[in-house]
Design a binder for this molecule. Sequence first.
Ligand code: NAP
Length: 340
Amino acid sequence: MADRINRRIVLAARPDGRPKPSDFRLEQVPPPIPADGQVLLEILYLSLDPYMRGRMDDAKSYAPPVALDAVMEGGTVGRVLESRHPAHTPGDLVLSHSGWQEQAVCHGDDLRRLDPAAAPVTTALGVLGMPGFTAYSGLLTIGRPKAGETVVVAAASGPVGATVGQIARIQGARAVGIAGGPEKCALVKDEFGFDAVVDHKAPDFPERLAAACPDGIDVYFENVGGAIWDAVAPLLNTFARIPVCGLIAQYNGIPDRSADRLGRHMWDVLRKSLTVRGFIQREFADQRPAFYEAMAGWLRDGRVKYREDIVNGLENAPEALIGLLEGRNLGKLIVRVAQA
Ligand code: NAP
């Protein structure tokens, strides 16, 4: 163990707008040593998620920022190398929040054991993990789609959006996805089985969205904001529900004119009796057992499908996160840190 090296990626600088590779730094340090109650993990997979962009800013949010020179945070699947906790033994596969590094120590109580025979372990970072749970809890608790209603979701090829549309269909609703480019649109329609999909890069996107929603929109699951919200807003029906999950169009600080239109949007909220409700998935933590059970069943029956975009090598994580914020991923973005 003494000759091992832990490679890790730290936040080197706070980005100004779009992150750059120089905002990250790859370091080599001695491996961490577990104390009583802890385990030493070899990280196999690292999840890359849009929220990481927010953690790079020194701004007040629902979670504290990553400190400069600290390891970038993130959900991980790892293998127990050494255990000083009674519930874990070497070789166990576990979910943890160990960040962008090859080895980590965690308290044994903070780990979730994974069964590779039940589902591929990468799904614990996507459809059977935080993004899938976000879709499930936000859609069913706030969106509350009913049979025959129209549910619209953007970033529809990603892990949150794809799951929203498929759960909407399980509820008997009509799912309309919004995605960027023909490859993503084909995935949403042909693989995930949405009723319709609209490419937001088309010059006549608002007209195409209107044509795809002839009965208006009853639930808009907001993942993006910006120009997509502008096209959605006129189509919202009276009593529409809008779970506000994410606003990725704004994460890189690209100027957005939506403040100029606040008065008009508030008028819509009033005259259409809209419910607009932001949420962070962890507020619904008590629903997780029901989610794991329901989603495992849907995956088994083939009623929910998923796509993963796996990038090899920890050193490629910065470029992959930069790409995610520009829509270059096709499915749930995961870094393979070591061979499973
Ligand atoms: P994702 O879909 O894998 O990746 C983000 C996608 O957003 C990109 O692939 C791209 O897809 C789209 N996008 C990026 N910039 C855009 C822009 N300027 N305009 C339009 N589309 C843009 O991400 P995810 O993990 O499923 O997350 C989706 C959303 O859920 C994010 O906003 C995230 O922050 C949010 N989220 C919230 C919670 C919560 O608790 N509230 C939890 C998890 C995730 P296209 O190329 O198809 O446009």
